[in-house]
Design a protein around this ligand. Structure first.
Ligand code: GRG
Length: 345
């Protein structure tokens, strides 16, 4: 899939930005995880991709580290050194890991990042406990840092939104495809802002806060991250239907087979076109996902999704343009934007 905005910077730059920020954060993250109960700490280290079950060094790699990078870049955007954002980076990375861990339990997912999920590898009870411990460590890290109570307040807003987004996402699964109770595209947007955007925005905002930024700059970065989260989630949905499985690591038409309420599907169903009834039948039964994908495209679901992603990327740009940010940090933020909406490369 091509980028919604080809004017953005090349993805190779993003890899460099992510690696640079990871290097800044890693000592503090390792130190924080090292303070955990050893058994719980092993599960945390397994989640980060640092070790295998039993604590042997990992063969796998971890996540992209987008949130920790946003926190470091948030501090830099405020004119401070990236290291000023480290407590924020550690906190958001711990929260992200915790939320994935619990999400995998709720969804019953057996694999993440191409290996068994924590609950599969260690059992559900231990995995719940590891998630709880990561959550507690995140709050402790932030409270002990220079952001103090204000930092914890910013994080709390994001945590509340994460719960809201997850609740809506879980409830969406039980809603019909058509009729007055169907999920509307705007309801999806709210869900995505909460579930994905809130923590991205919080990461950049907290980094800026620790970097000494004015409230208007902190707010601008939070807004940018929230719009980025919506765009990121919608692009993820498009890749989930039309992406190359060899590149995305997702099974072909996996989201359609799992009957997920993704943006292209909801936009197609909302179009009121002639294909809607047939599409709803196919989605209900999970049959012939290839025909379903073609109907979604014909009904305009794919183009509506990309247009929506573009709209939110423009809103990210507007939020960044509104704030007086360090130019080099903005360049790096742009590289990350490009990376997040072009994950086929
Ligand atoms: C905050 C109290 C509290 C509870 C959390 C479980 C839950 C409630 C929320 C789930 C949130 C969730 C799983 C959001 C998905 C966000 C998302 C887009 C994840 C994938 O992000 P990437 O691509 O992942 O950055 P990597 O693997 O690179 O780290």
């Amino acid at each position: 899939m091509t980028s919604p905005d080809s004017a953005l910077r090349a993805p190779a730059d993003a890899a460099h930005v992510l690696a640079r920020c990871r290097d800044v954060v890693r000592p503090a993250l390792t130190e924080a995880v090292g303070r955990m109960h050893p058994w719980v700490g092993e599960m945390a280290a397994y989640s980060f991709g640092w070790c295998e079950v039993g604590g042997t060094p990992a063969v796998a790699s971890g996540g992209k580290g987008v949130r920790q990078a946003l926190a470091v870049l948030g501090a830099e955007a405020a004119g401070a050194p990236g290291r000023a954002g480290v407590p924020a980076a550690v906190a958001v990375e711990l929260v992200h890991t915790f939320s994935l861990l619990h999400d995998d339990i709720m969804d019953g997912d057996a694999a993440r990042r191409r290996r068994p999920t924590v609950w599969k590898a260690y059992g559900t009870g231990p995995a719940v406990l590891a998630g709880d411990a990561l959550f507690a460590l995140a709050v402790e890290t932030l409270a002990a840092g220079p952001g103090g109570p204000q930092g914890v307040r910013v994080l709390s807003v994001a945590l509340g939104d994460l719960v809201r987004g997850q609740a809506d996402d879980l409830l969406f699964a039980g809603r019909p495809w058509t009729g007055p109770s169907r999920v509307r595209p705007e309801q999806y947007r709210t869900m995505a802002e909460h579930k994905t955007g809130a923590l991205l925005g919080c990461a950049a905002a907290l980094g800026a806060l620790l970097g000494g930024a004015a409230p208007s700059l902190v707010d601008a970065l939070d807004r940018a991250g929230r719009h980025l989260g919506i765009a990121f989630q919608i692009v993820d949905d498009v890749l989930g239907i039309w992406g190359d499985p060899a590149v995305t690591g997702k099974p072909v038409y996996g989201d359609l087979r799992e009957r997920k309420k993704t943006y292209p599907v909801l936009a197609a169903l909302d179009s009121g076109g002639r294909a809607v009834r047939r599409l709803a039948t196919l989605l209900d039964t999970g049959e012939d996902p290839e025909e379903a994908a073609a109907l979604i495209e014909t009904a305009g679901g794919r183009s509506a999704a990309m247009a929506e992603a573009r709209r939110h990327l423009a809103a990210v740009e507007a939020a960044l343009a509104d704030a007086a940010l360090d130019a080099r940090a903005v360049d790096d933020l742009r590289a990350l934007l490009e990376y997040l909406v072009r994950r086929d490369v």
